[in-house]
Design a protein around this ligand. Structure first.
Ligand code: NAD
Length: 361
């Protein structure tokens, strides 16, 4: 696998190094606006350095890897696809779902693969949860709740000028920290039909939201919630799914499943005492590992070899971006928002937030 990297001086490169090693990938050229750091990266890989991103896309390579901040994802991915590269882009897919649509359409037109670094899908316990759900363990979904906390200090936002700004990042917890969490919620429960949300900036001195609370409703009537914050200390990630036949509780490295003795629909309708409670099985704990960039690259190598689709294709990751945008739109307008999201409405909101925010920090 021959790779070219845009935004090669990014901090996240350290995770990708482990991925390159896992599949014996060869970095042939790199680009970044930070010339000094990118030249050091080029020297490390014995790769060429380019100032100009178009020169990067003109290189002979199989894969374009995009590590630049999210507002560059769409334009870079589209240019790389047009240059005949398969594209692996860091999360989020893009900033707005309209950009994501254009990326997915370009991948289809070019006949190239577009995938997003949503490596947490590769965690063993997530794979196990998917297996149980596909086997009908939950029955009909009734409730799906996500809690994710990313306690961050001011120093985190000072790491780079783009963080926490409308122009430089295009959102806060929704577009950045919470992407993996919301992605897993949708990976397990599917996309909701509508959302209602609050998206405050409670403590951090940033333009964008540092907290979000959303009420979600699925087409089958299931209800759920999303709570994500960078100003709280609580469990890092917890996803709970309750269905008519059982429930799942997913936390990092662990899945706990509890099955009901019978489907609640049957229990409810059956003869019996007014205050009987349904029986359940013993909780079963599944301990998992994995879900890093090494796993992601092994999956990507399989996809490039034509053996299976990537674990998080652009089209699939679009749903996560759509949920993030829908929650943002609801939080900013105070209205319930339906999915599929009105692309024009979201793009107009983002433009107005960017204009009001003024220049990037
Ligand atoms: N998958 C994950 O778990 C994960 C974890 C962290 C970050 N990320 C994602 O990785 C991306 C980078 O995050 P980071 O924390 O490494 O950021 P960073 O600020 O360390 O790196 C961004 C890099 O992009 C470069 N850059 C800026 N504008 C550019 C341009 N026009 N052309 C080329 N390069 C440009 C910067 O110079 C910098 O080197 C983000 O999209 C982020 O969401 C993903």
């Amino acid at each position: 696998m021959r790779i070219v990297i845009a935004g090669a001086a990014a901090n996240i490169l350290s995770a990708h190094r482990r991925g390159f090693d896992a599949v014996d990938a060869q970095v042939v050229a790199v680009q970044d606006i930070n010339t000094q750091r990118a030249q050091a990266v080029a020297a490390e890989f014995g790769a060429r350095f380019h100032h100009d991103v178009d020169a990067l896309w003109a290189e002979d390579a199989d894969v374009a890897l995009i590590l630049a901040p999210h507002p560059f994802h769409a334009q870079m991915a589209i240019a790389a696809l047009r240059a005949g590269k398969h594209v692996l882009v860091e999360k989020p897919l893009a900033v707005s779902v309209a950009e994501g649509d254009a990326m997915v359409a370009e991948a289809e037109r070019a006949g190239r693969m577009l995938a997003v670094c949503l490596q947490q899908r590769m965690r063993d316990e997530v794979v196990e949860a998917r297996r149980l759900i596909a086997a009908g363990f939950l029955g009909r979904l009734l409730r799906a709740d996500l809690l994710a906390t990313w306690p961050r200090r001011r120093a985190y936002f000072d790491l780079a000028a783009w963080r926490g700004t409308w122009r430089g990042e295009g959102g806060g917890v929704l577009i950045n920290q919470g992407q993996h969490d919301m992605d897993l919620l949708l990976h397990l429960a599917g996309s909701p039909a509508r959302v209602f949300a609050k998206t405050p900036t409670r403590m951090h001195e940033i333009e964008t939201e540092d907290s979000v609370q959303a009420l979600l409703e699925w087409e089958n009537g299931a209800l759920g919630s999303v709570h994500i914050s960078t100003v709280e200390v609580d469990e890092a990630q917890r996803i709970e799914l309750t269905g008519t036949r059982g429930r799942l509780r997913l936390t990092p490295g662990r899945l706990v499943s509890i099955g009901n003795d019978e489907d609640f629909e049957d229990f409810r309708a059956a003869q019996g005492g007014a205050f009987d409670v349904p029986g359940t099985g013993e909780p079963r704990a599944f301990e998992g590992a994995g879900g890093d960039h090494a796993d992601l690259y092994r999956d990507w190598a399989e996809a490039l070899a034509g053996r299976r689709p990537p674990i998080a294709s652009g089209a699939d990751a679009l749903r996560t971006l759509e949920l993030a945008n829908a929650i943002q739109l609801s939080g900013r307008t105070g209205r319930e928002v339906e999915l599929p999201l009105d692309r024009k409405a979201y793009s107009a909101l983002l433009e107005s937030l960017r204009s009001a925010a003024g220049a990037a920090r």
